[in-house]
Design a binder for this molecule. Structure first.
Ligand code: UFG
Length: 342
């Protein structure tokens, strides 16, 4: 099956067969959260976004959603937001995500991604929320011995970020057992791409694709390749890039009452750092000089998902399969918004 033309993919996804519901999206002003909110509004859900704006952007929040600025550390504010929204389900995107920073400042990661997130869990129980959909990460697997990675592979995170997400997964299991709060935990592989109006705008950008695109945008002279001596065909790390709108569509499916448990979300295809840079050159039509640098600490050589479980059990169907489509959507957004959100 060939890849659909990117232009055919600009409209809304076919809405899954889930009746409209009231949902609260923690972290709905962030990169993945804001794209999900857009899709959820499109699908007819009544959406409340709860975001501290420490990393998120107010402008990224779909105007159809109700916005409440607040921090998960503030239990009373979190509970009040849940009650005001009459949330039946909560989507928890409100995590810190920088692997490198988590190894400098683990407290920040355990405090927000675990301890503040417990406030959200408790508030969900108090407000009678039925389900949580949680943004976990492939980083829970650490350095897997083989790929593609299946959900039941050993969980041996090699950084504090991955450990913080794994700890929250454990909490979800216990809250389900004890309080009956159902959950879906999605382990994202490498989120990338943009919708027509929302894209990746981290205050400190560490991810590969947006960093590479800074060169054709004229914001950087070259891009770094971290490590060229990995045991991969071209010596650079291989990752599974998954479009942010495909992640969003999985979250809509997770709202089905029968959806429950842990799911990997990736395309099942690996691309090396050099292949990503070549794709960025082809998509932008510009030269992108590279500077080869030593390995970045804690980078596994190869991460590729098996998403068979999400495909078979949730009926998920990623639509942006080709890396060029993913990069192309990112390029369109960055070209239109070179400085991100205001
Ligand atoms: N890289 C470069 N140059 C850059 C930036 C990155 O060579 O300027 C390399 C990295 O060393 C790595 C690859 O490109 O080999 C991808 O790096 P990213 O920072 O884009 O993504 P990571 O794979 O490190 O991490 C991302 C998420 C994690 C998640 C992981 C799962 O940030 O949360 O994907 O695959 F766990």
């Amino acid at each position: 099956m060939g890849c659909p033309d990117i232009r055919e993919l600009s409209g809304p996804f076919p809405a899954p067969n889930v009746p409209p519901m009231n949902i609260l999206v923690a972290g709905g002003a962030g990169y993945i959260g804001s794209v999900f909110v857009e899709e959820a509004c499109e699908a007819g859900h009544t959406v409340t976004v709860f975001d501290s704006l420490i990393e998120g952007h107010r402008e990224a929040v779909d105007p159809r959603a109700t916005f409440i600025q607040g921090d998960l550390a503030d239990h009373a504010a979190t509970l009040a937001a849940l009650r005001a929204s009459k949330a039946e389900a909560v989507l928890h995107f409100a995590g810190f995500i920088m692997v490198g920073e988590s190894m400098q400042n683990p407290t920040k990661y355990f405090r927000n991604n675990v301890s503040n997130s417990i406030e959200l869990l408790d508030a969900c129980v108090q407000a009678g929320v039925k389900k949580m959909v949680f943004s976990s990460t492939a980083a829970v697997f650490g350095m897997p011995e083989r790929v593609p990675i299946e959900e039941d592979f050993p969980k041996l995170p090699v950084n504090a970020y991955g450990e913080s997400k794994l700890m929250f997964e454990a909490l979800l299991r216990w809250y389900k057992k004890i309080h009956g709060l159902d959950y879906v935990a999605f382990r994202y592989f490498n989120a990338a791409g943009a919708s027509a109006t929302r894209g990746e705008a981290h205050r400190i950008e560490t991810h590969l694709i947006p960093n590479v695109l800074k060169v054709p945008l004229g914001q950087k002279e070259n891009c770094a390749i971290f490590g060229t001596d990995y045991p991969t065909p071209d010596g650079t790390c291989i990752r599974d890039y998954i479009h942010v709108r495909d992640l969003a569509s999985a979250h809509l499916l997770a709202l089905k009452p029968e959806a429950s448990g842990h799911f990997n979300l990736g395309n099942g295809e690996g691309y090396s750092v050099r292949e990503v840079i070549e794709t960025c050159k082809a998509v932008t039509g510009k030269d992108i000089p590279v500077v080869e640098q030593p390995r970045r600490a804690g980078d596994p050589p190869r991460l590729i998902a098996s998403s068979a479980k999400a495909i078979n059990e949730l009926g998920w169907q990623p639509r942006f399969r080709a890396l060029a489509d993913i990069v192309s959507s990112a390029w369109q957004w960055h070209s239109a918004n070179p400085d991100g959100y205001q």
